[in-house]
Design a protein around this ligand. Structure first.
Ligand code: PGA
Length: 243
């Protein structure tokens, strides 16, 4: 049986000391030092992570919409990320969509850039509470998924993370039926439009040591995207024991 994918999203957290401490801890722990464990660090810390010999994989939390070197102040492109052995890139996290202006057209460019560089996108979708309550959440998520029909490059592999915004950082998680409903929607979309792409479907939003077992027993769910709980080494290691 393939192991579940466990992705840590550190967001804008950390310090040199914490990165060295936590990554050394993960390197010395057999459940975390595995290729199915992925750590998405702030860009600055990727070079430290590279100096630590480990089996877990690295991810970026974003990428520039501009593909190549040039006059784009503050940006980081895929070639730069490849130098630091970045295997995955989180694209379209709700915080980037709502706080940092990542529109659909920008996300298509970002997706194309990572796919071109053979970095695996972790593409995030998910609805706000008002949309869920309105009953229109399936259409909303399909519309977000539809960006994948506008790519110039075909990915070989793609990770899609369902992250309901009302669950991120709130401690509220959807029922297993609600998660399954969206995982089935993603699966049907992929079968129809991306039948040759290898897909993994993740759940994200308030994943913790106490709910991980229930979430990962769902056959439609191939892994989790973990925010807050990934900043606590002991809790993250417990989460990884369920992979
Ligand atoms: P959370 O964040 O686990 O803190 O809810 C998840 C995410 O935003 O990816």
């Amino acid at each position: 049986m393939t192991k579940k994918l466990i992705v840590a999203n550190w967001k804008m957290n950390g310090s040199t000391e914490k990165v060295v401490h936590d990554l050394s801890f993960y390197t010395n722990n057999e459940v975390t030092n595995q290729t199915n464990v992925v750590i998405a660090l702030p860009y600055l810390y990727l070079s430290i992570a590279n100096s630590i010999k480990a089996n877990f994989c690295l991810a970026s939390q974003d990428i520039s919409q501009f593909p190549t070197n040039g006059a784009y102040t503050g940006e980081i492109n895929a070639t730069m990320l490849k130098e630091f052995n970045v295997k995955y890139s989180i694209i379209g996290h709700s915080e980037r969509r709502t706080l940092l202006g990542d529109s659909g057209s920008i996300l298509v460019k970002k997706l194309d850039n990572v796919i071109n560089a053979r970095i695996i996108p972790i593409f995030c979708v998910g609805e706000e509470l008002t949309i869920r309550d309105s009953g229109k959440y399936l259409d909303f998520i399909l519309e977000q998924l539809d960006l994948l029909n506008h790519l110039n490059c075909q990915p070989e592999s793609l990770v899609i993370a369902y992250e309901p915004i009302w669950s991120i950082g709130t401690g509220k998680i959807p029922t297993l039926e609600q998660i399954t409903e969206i995982a089935n929607l993603i699966d049907a979309f992929v079968q129809k439009y991306l039948p040759h792409v290898k897909i993994a479907t993740l759940y994200g939003g308030s994943v913790s040591a106490s709910n991980i077992a229930d979430i990962l027993q769902l056959p439609q769910i191939d892994g989790v995207l973990v925010g807050g709980a990934s900043l606590k080494t002991d809790e993250f290691a417990v989460i990884c024991t369920h992979a």
